[in-house]
Structure formats: C-alpha cells, structure tokens
Design a protein around this ligand. Sequence first.
Ligand code: APR
Ligand code: PHB
Length: 403
Amino acid sequence: MRSETDSRPLFRTRTQVGIVGAGPAGLMLGHLLHLRGIQSFIIEDRSEEHVIERVRAGVLEQSTVDLMHEVGLGDRLSRLGLRHEGIHVAFDGRRHRIPLAELTGGRAITIYGQNEVVKDLIGARVASGEPLLFEVEDVGVAELDSHLPKIRFRLKGGLHEVTCDFIAGCDGSHGICQPSIPASHVKIYEHVYPFAWLGILADAPPSSEELVYSLHERGFALFSMRSPRVTRLYLQCAPDENIEDWPDEAIWAELMTRLRTRDGWAPNEGPVTQKSITRMRSVVVEPMNYGRLFLAGDAAHIVPPTGAKGLNLAMADVWRMAQGLDAFYRSGSDQVLRDYSARGLRRTWRAQRFAGWMTSALHRGGNDDAFEHPRQLAELEYLVSSRAAMTSLAESYVGGPLD
Ligand code: APR
Ligand code: PHB
C-alpha cells in the first residue's frame, strides 16, 4: 500500500469505531454510537449526491419505524411516510387484500424511500459534527485480528490511516470489508435466481393506496409508490436483459398486462423518471465478524427484494452492533459482541426463508415451470382463503421486534 520511500503525507487519526460505507447501515450505526457517546469515523467512496439520490428500497418494517423515532429522526418520517395496514396479492385477474395490521395486533409497514432515510441520517451526522468523508479512494482495512485494526484510504491525494478499536464493515454487497476476511474463516452461502427485476419510478399518482404483488402468466409484477405523486413499479425480466432494450412504451405495456385486474384496476401512467434492472440473489456470510471487524447490512447478506427485508435487516444489524459496542465500552465485556453474529444469522435466515418463499410463490420460469405454475396458483388460493396462512405472511412481512 505504502512503500518506505513514499513521500506523500500520511494523516493519522484515532477513533473508537471506524465505519466503512455511508449507506443506511453505516449512517445509522454512527448515529446510534453518537447517542451513546461513542466516537466513530465514517468513510464513503461515492459522492454525497450519489448516496442520497440513488433509488433503492422503500418499505420500512414497524421496528425500523420505531427505531427512527427512538433515535430522534421521526419528524420527516411522520410527515412524509405512508403507513400501510395491508397489501394486495393479485393472481388470476383478482386482487386480494391481506390485512397486515389486523392480523398482527396493529403492526404495519411504512413507505418511505431509503434515500429519505439516508437524508435524515446525513443531517443528524452533520449536526453531530463527527467525521463523515465522501469520495475517498483506495480503501483498505488491515490488522483485523489485532486490538487496533486500521482503515487506510486516499482523499484528495493525501494518504490517511485511521486506527480504531473496532471496524464496522457497512460497505454493501460490492465492498472491500467482507473480502478482507481470510477465506478460511468465512463461509459464503449463495443462491442466484433465474430472473431480475426491471424497476421504474413514474410521476404518476398511485392508483391504489396499498402495494399490489401480482403473479401473471407472463411473470411477476409489483405496484408500489414513494409519495402521493410518485408510483414505483417492477416487473420480472430475464437476468441478462439490458435496460436499453426496454423503451418506456414496452415497459408500460408489460406492466399493464401483468397488473390490470378484472375489476378495471390498473396503475396510472406518467413520465418515467428512473429505470434500471437488478439481478436477484441471496447471500449469507457466516460468521458476520472476524477479529475486530463486524459486518452489517448488504456487506453481510443479500435478500431478494420480494420480501422487502434488505434495509430492515441492515437496521437490525447495526442496532445489535451498537448494543454490543455500548456494553463493551461501559463494562469491558465483549459477551454481546460475541453473540452478534449468531443472533444476526438467525434473523438473516428467517428473512431468507420468507423472501425465498415470496419469490418462489410469485415468479415464473424456475425449474419445471409447467408443473410449478398451477402449484403456485394453488399456493396463492390457499394464502388468500386461510386466515392462518395470511397471518403467517403478515407476521413475516411486518417483521418482528429487533433482536
Ligand atoms: N469504501 C467506502 N465505502 C464503500 C466502499 C468502499 N470500498 N464500497 C462500497 N461503499 C459504500 C457504498 O457506496 C454505499 O454507499 O458503502 C455503502 C453501502 O450502502 P448500501 O449498499 O446501501 O448497503 P447498506 O447500508 O447495508 O444498506 C442495506 O438494504 O434495501 C437494501 O440493498 C439495499 O442498500 C440497501 C440495503
Ligand atoms: C419498493 O417500493 O421499492 C418495494 C416495495 C416492496 C418490495 C420491494 C420494493 O417487496
């Protein structure tokens, strides 16, 4: 990284927790630590605009909403978030409502874009005056199994080294932290699904107050939203497709075909402001820590988006990590940190189970599809006609308390 003869200045900093990545996981961790009087240093390799603007998930579980309020960031969420007490599942031309709140003792989901969460968290970080550096380059982590692990990076040509008590790897699915763990200390479980999601944002008022998950003979489609003026829509496509091959008219035609129901309901159309294709996979990294490096969020696990769990799992991770670090600094005990991975993996596999089930129930074209499709329809018929089956979906969808 740096040779003996290198004459560039080296800036050295000391912190308690070095955080790599300023997505929702890294930023929420920094905020939780700040509230507990623990110092942190956050670095991010993209620009602030990019981190705020990129379009990501939008469904907050009840526990994520509660956490935002607990940490003093509930104001904009209360004003702009859309609380949904139910979702619809559509197949065979009909929509069926699943009353989430009624089935779970009042728990619900809230539609609030991940970028809004990130905006709130960056605002809190800036107000705290603690370090948050964007557009850093050549990030590396070292001495992970020592008591003083290091983060090194370049910023505007200068070399920096941050000596930490702990490093939090919150750098997402393409980060450097997880690959820095020696291969002999980690097991990676991966499943690649044979399809992708094409997603659009459209300036069109949502035509349904609640989400619609649809299985059509041409494949999955999802109706969602971001605000009373913006609709978010997805359709299943092949994993190797290019967004350039999908003109807006073709996307709308396919969405209308897959979403329109016999009662005449369909999404409203409007100008498309963003579109992209995302491949679908599941990943679980076990364990979620190595030495003094702790992974959180997409750096530790990826879930297919069908269950809307990615952002919520990230929040649960950093809540647990902050508890462990708090216990360490208060009492010197690392017991909570030692349980961090096992507790996180239990929640992660629960989310993989649910997201995998939702995905297989609603997408076409897996193995043996001629048999699978009628089986899927039977599954969905059962789901919408059994209170027990709906309760099972509702419990997982709204999510359990942080643990
Ligand atoms: N150095 C610094 N930052 C990095 C590096 C690196 N080498 N590599 C990646 N990053 C940054 C990314 O630019 C990104 O801003 O780490 C951040 C990771 O953020 P996310 O990808 O948003 O992941 P996470 O915070 O775990 O959020 C959970 O839930 O809805 C899902 O996938 C969705 O992003 C969402 C996730
Ligand atoms: C979204 O609004 O982006 C969204 C909603 C539900 C999902 C996934 C994504 O399952």
